[in-house]
Design a protein around this ligand. Sequence first.
Ligand code: ZN
Length: 126
Amino acid sequence: MKAITHNILICNIKKCEESKKNYPFIIIANKVENKPSEFNIDLTKKIYESLDKEGLNQFCKDLNLVKYDFTKIDDKIKQEKEFWEYVHKIIDETLIIEGKLKCPNCQREFPITNGIADMVLRDDEM
Ligand SMILES: [Zn+2]
């Protein structure tokens, strides 16, 4: 599971949807892989701009990969190639293979297996 997926997932349990505190998920990672891929700075910038920065911070924090606070990136930092190489590493190359996503509101844990999060709810959770 990549950061871009983590960035859009919310807890769909009814009481959590109503709380509006169902995002971002806390990541409990048991297996993380780094899969090298080609660095395309324009594509990296485009994806980065579309991402929620609080969610991206959570992703990095839980994976012990914090280097920047994405809510406080100024134009000067955006001029640095090093910053974009880091963003590329986070959003394109970092994969959670095994672990759990924990809802920040209800604490429900959703398993991640072979890189895929199982978000299916039980009948009594809907
Ligand atoms: Zn929840």
